[in-house]
Write a protein that binds this ligand. Structure first.
Ligand SMILES: C[S@@+](CC[C@H](N)C(=O)[O-])C[C@H]1O[C@@H](n2cnc3c(N)ncnc32)[C@H](O)[C@@H]1O
Length: 239
């Protein structure tokens, strides 16, 4: 929660992914969208606020549910956005009831196959399923060492393996967009600001060097990961 204090989107290039959703789906007052893992509710608020479409936003993590609920209230979107606390692996939604379904930066967190299966299940035939995630441009030749932090524990999935998983869930991939490097930089910048502030002050009045170090080290590992191995990709698919 604290590392994300200065950002509304919790993934690289989320605004670009929302732009892709807008271009493909062309939502209007009659459109129903499903968002899996809606985080702080920024994408749902943007889409409902701009197009007056209906959004069913699903998120299990209580603090994000509260932030998103407050946002929908603040922007007077409660008649357009329904926020449900639920697991993406089991969406409380009927089969083929949505015009489009999307998940920004989270299918691999929810569980790639179960997430894609649910997104596909709830979407009407001919509807769009749009997902974005981290993929591996190159797989390491040997297992990564501890200097790679959490990346050492990740299961590397390439864009083509990811695309094959989408196809296996009954969808046809129409476009694969690799995000530019600046999307990563825009994602890290507010985290580094939070770290900088933590060096001089904290909510308890003193500096929190330990937290600042942790944030800077996480960003540094991810930055090296992007140089060597990682891409951020949006997949556009149709049922
Ligand atoms: C990287 S964040 C992305 C949030 C949002 N889509 C965005 O781009 O700002 C990952 C999100 O997945 C949610 N999440 C984790 N496990 C989940 C699950 N089983 N079902 C649905 N969402 C889950 C987290 O609570 C978090 O909000």
């Amino acid at each position: 929660m604290r590392i994300y204090a200065r950002q509304e989107y919790l993934t690289p290039g989320a605004a670009r992914t929302v732009g892709i959703i807008t271009e493909r789906v062309r939502p209007d007052e009659g459109t129903w969208l499903l968002e899996m893992a809606s985080g702080k509710g920024e994408a749902a608020a943007h889409l409902a606020g701009e197009f007056a479409c209906r959004v069913l936003a699903v998120e299990p993590f209580d603090p994000f549910v509260h932030i998103a609920a407050a946002k929908f209230w603040h922007f007077n979107l409660r008649d357009l956005v329904t926020l449900v606390r639920a697991n993406g692996r089991q969406l409380p939604v009927r089969d083929e009831s949505m015009d489009a379904a999307f998940c920004i930066g989270a299918p691999s967190i929810v569980g790639l196959e179960p997430a894609l299966r649910e997104l596909s299940r709830v979407t009407k035939p001919g509807g769009w399923v749009i997902v974005s995630d981290i993929v591996w441009r190159t797989k390491p030749e040997k297992p990564l060492g501890p200097e790679w932090g959490s990346l050492a524990k990740a299961t590397p999935t390439t864009a083509s393996e990811y695309g094959a998983a989408i196809e296996a869930s009954g969808l046809a991939v129409e476009e694969v967009v690799t995000h530019p490097r600046e999307d990563w930089e825009d994602y890290w910048r507010p985290m580094l600001e939070v770290a900088e502030e933590a060096k001089t002050a904290s909510s308890t009045g003193g500096a929190d060097i330990f937290f600042a170090d942790e944030v800077e080290s996480d960003v540094e590992i991810e930055r090296r990961g992007v140089q060597e191995y990682l891409d951020y990709v949006t997949f556009v698919a149709r049922k």
